[in-house]
Design a protein around this ligand. Structure first.
Ligand SMILES: O=C1C[C@@](O)(C(=O)O)C[C@@H](O)[C@@H]1O
Length: 250
């Protein structure tokens, strides 16, 4: 039996993929405007890509911004993500601060999820998962390749590793260099769905070729769409994404 996740009235891991919109404001002012705009779109989840925030190195400023975002978004589940430079993010921070930032944020319970990159020390990941869980926060264990699409077996192995470490959602986003790469990603998703997944997972093929992967159909539980500015190549607008998902899952 596959686990599902219930958070603030939302069920992740069954039915249509849930729509998540990233926030990429640089300043608190921009973030508040973004949050107010997104709140009106009634999306399922919001991801705060904190690596875009100019004060990300000041933990108190991050907490303050998160608390303001939380109050604007009311009960919309929030994913807190610092995407590292090596996995396509905006800023480089040292590993110690990455762990500390996620730990402190998890302890506030202001976000519903933290996104932790799978390619970190296992013991550090496990500690963060413990902290998150003891504060009622779910963990997405993620991996990104902005250059290429690894072979199907490798995609599956990374998703399974994320399950083994006991993340609540396993996630991989990869870049296709030709249409066949999209099929590789979708095949990996389908095999994961049929054979290995015991919890929700997210599979994304980025860029223009990969757009089709954002419409689900092979088990991926969350799809990322654009409200104001996109956080990755290939994302389509929330309105368009919603329309297609309605057609496919009605
Ligand atoms: O990992 C992901 C998925 C993503 O890269 C995408 O392709 O939609 C967008 C990121 O903001 C998010 O953290």
């Amino acid at each position: 039996m596959k686990k599902i996740i219930k958070v603030k009235g939302l069920t992740i891991g069954e039915g249509a993929p849930k729509i998540c919109v990233p926030m990429i404001g640089k300043t608190l002012k921009e973030l508040k405007l973004e949050a107010e705009y997104i709140q009106k779109l009634h999306v399922d989840l919001v991801e705060w890509r904190v690596d875009f925030f100019e004060k990300v190195e000041k933990i108190e400023k991050v907490k303050q911004a998160l608390s303001e975002i939380r109050s604007i978004l009311h009960s919309t589940p929030i994913i807190f993500t610092f995407r590292s430079k090596r996995e396509g993010g905006e800023k480089e921070i040292n590993n110690g601060y990455y762990m500390e930032l996620n730990k402190v944020v998890a302890e506030t319970s202001l976000s519903d999820f933290i996104d932790i990159e799978l390619f970190n020390e296992e013991q550090d990941i496990k500690k963060l998962i413990d902290t998150a869980h003891s504060n009622g926060v779910f963990v997405i264990l993620s991996n990104h390749d902005f250059e290429k699409t690894p072979p199907k077996e490798e995609i599956i192995s990374r998703l399974c590793k994320a399950q083994e470490l006991d993340g609540d959602i396993s996630k991989i986003a990869v870049m296709p260099n030709h249409p066949g790469d999209v099929i590789t990603l979708l095949e990996a998703a389908n095999t994961m769905n049929e054979k290995y997944a015991d919890r929700p997972f997210i599979t994304i093929s980025m860029g223009d070729y990969g757009k089709i992967s954002r419409f689900g159909g092979f088990g991926s539980a969350i799809s990322f769409g654009v409200a104001t500015n996109s956080s990755a190549p290939g994302q389509i607008s929330v309105e368009e994404l919603r329309k297609v998902l309605e057609i496919l899952y009605k």
